[in-house]
Design a protein around this ligand. Structure first.
Ligand SMILES: CC(C)(COP(=O)(O)OP(=O)(O)OC[C@H]1O[C@@H](n2cnc3c(N)ncnc32)[C@H](O)[C@@H]1OP(=O)(O)O)[C@@H](O)C(=O)NCCC(=O)NCCS
Length: 267
């Protein structure tokens, strides 16, 4: 049996620099720890490598999503400091969330964690997940990198940002009026988040965007251990995807769902 590659912090830093990450950069990270092989000291090493690569002038941002927990519930309480995220977004974001100095935003389903001088700027206003005023909107404004560590575009939340800005007809807003948020200082506030939910029977296909982005020449890729690493500017994700969606508003759906949308919209 072939043994797993052994990955050190230096291997990680070398790979991150290879895909263009530099001191002072802002980077949003989706990850899979097991994809590398065996990482010396686990999730902490990946986090240290990211923080050291962007340095003290850079900012690392990770998902701390709780969509599965809350999106279909009424009257829930989101405890910002204590709600875990491993089951939804993985061990690396879970370990990062608990690091001293890491901030977490207050969106009930799509909170993020961040460390660095721009952490406060990317917290968003806690209302929309991906649209105006959200973390993702801020990341666009700040020209952030978007980094995939051993995962493909199926988990690329930035594509939801394009859906929300384009106000796709296969989603609708629901609010969390009867829910509450416990802030890290213990104060309890009403939840002001809204979710741009997919209508029943519609399914996304994000995986295809990998080949489209590759063809557009916007991806920087390498391997660290067994993990494919992809780094891309969030603005490039947005701009390229928007061009496709301007021609076909259902472009981010599966073929079946696109057919359904065309029928329903009579186009
Ligand atoms: C779901 C997902 C996190 C699963 O990835 P994974 O590598 O299996 O799991 P994690 O990243 O949580 O890492 C934990 C696993 O790493 C492995 N592991 C543990 N220590 C390790 C080490 N030192 N080195 C390498 N792997 C190790 C274990 O298999 C562990 O699994 P276990 O917790 O069941 O024991 C990943 O596929 C994914 O989708 N990531 C992106 C999530 C996201 O951002 N989603 C946003 C919107 S959809």
């Amino acid at each position: 049996m072939k043994s797993k590659p052994y990955v050190t912090k230096n291997d990680l830093k070398k790979g991150l620099r290879k895909v263009g990450l530099r001191e002072g950069d802002i980077v949003f990270v989706h990850s899979s720890l097991s994809s590398f092989g065996y990482v010396e000291n686990g999730a902490d090493t990946v986090i240290d490598a990211l923080l050291e690569t962007v340095g003290s002038s850079g900012t690392v941002v990770m998902p701390a999503f709780t969509w599965t927990l809350y999106h279909d519930k009424v009257g829930v309480v989101f405890d910002v400091a204590n709600t875990p995220v491993k089951n939804e977004v993985g061990l690396i974001p879970e370990v990062f969330r608990k690091r001293k100095g890491v901030m977490r935003s207050i969106h009930i389903c799509h909170s993020v964690t961040a460390m660095g001088p721009h952490a406060k700027d990317v917290m968003g206003d806690g209302v929309r997940s991906f649209g105006e005023g959200s973390t993702f909107h801020q990341l666009y404004k700040l020209d952030s990198w978007y980094l995939l560590l051993g995962v493909d575009f199926s988990v690329c939340s930035a594509l939801h940002m394009v859906e929300e800005f384009m106000q796709v007809p296969y989603r609708y807003y629901r609010d969390f009026r009867h829910s509450k948020v416990i802030l890290p200082d213990g104060r309890i506030i009403p939840c002001k988040s809204v979710e741009f939910l997919r209508k029943k029977g519609y399914y996304n296909d994000f995986v295809k965007m990998g080949a489209i982005f590759d063809q557009a020449g916007i991806l920087r890729t390498t391997f660290i251990g067994n993990a494919k690493i992809i780094n891309v500017k969030i603005r490039d994700i947005f701009d390229v995807t928007k061009r496709y969606m301007e021609k076909d508003i259902g472009f981010l759906l599966t073929l079946e769902s696109r057919r359904r949308l065309k029928q329903e919209m009579n186009i």
